[in-house]
Design a protein around this ligand. Structure first.
Ligand code: GDP
Length: 176
């Protein structure tokens, strides 16, 4: 009691995407259950969380660029060994969606070292329905075309955040 079980697996999960799309907020929501108006910080940060899924105990180390993406200085070491990569855009800013194809998917393909790495596209800020610029359909088609899972979330409204991480982990677990 009180002791964490030894994990059956440890997975490295990355969050990538333009500044301001909600990467830190998604991580904070998933790792601690909270939501704060975040003060941007600089430097790579990660949080660890142990989950029970598919009958396994899985330790996740989830890495957030924490502002470094603004300087385009994410390096190969950030990507090394990641079993899961979450590509985040903001549904109210179409340019953040365009960046997935223009920047983030390219970088993932260039630096990722894990053959069976699972990619997931996360469309965040769905609570801002009036300001939406990228439809669900466009997001779904893009994810499908690039072999990625797809989930729409609101880190602020706590919609589907846990589901997104769990879906990713289950997919990693079932990949040989
Ligand atoms: P990052 O730069 O990608 O890590 O983005 P942040 O997590 O710092 O979020 C950028 C801004 O968007 C902050 O003001 C957050 O409070 C806000 N934000 C993040 N997620 C959501 C969301 O789901 N809905 C709304 N309305 N705002 C959000």
């Amino acid at each position: 009691p009180g002791l964490q079980p030894e994990p059956d697996y440890t997975f490295k999960i990355l969050l990538v995407g333009d500044s301001g799309v909600g990467k830190s907020s998604l991580l904070l929501r998933f790792a601690t259950g909270g939501f704060e108006e975040l003060v941007p910080t600089i430097g790579v940060d990660f949080k660890a969380k142990v989950v029970q899924l598919g009958g396994k105990t899985v330790k996740l180390t989830i890495w957030d660029t924490a502002g470094q993406e603004r300087f385009r200085t994410l390096t190969s070491s950030y990507y090394r060994g990641a079993q899961g990569i979450i590509l985040v855009y903001d549904v109210t800013r179409a340019e953040t969606f365009d960046s997935l194809a223009d920047i983030w998917l390219r970088e993932v393909d260039m630096y990722n070292t894990v053959d069976e790495c699972i990619k997931m596209v996360v469309a965040n800020k769905t609570d801002l329905a009036e300001q939406r610029e990228v439809s669900t359909d466009v997001g779904v088609q893009f994810a499908r075309a690039h072999g990625c899972l797809f989930v729409e979330t609101s880190a602020k409204g706590n919609v589907a955040v846990e589901q997104a991480f769990e879906e990713l982990v289950l997919k990693i677990l079932e990949t040989p």
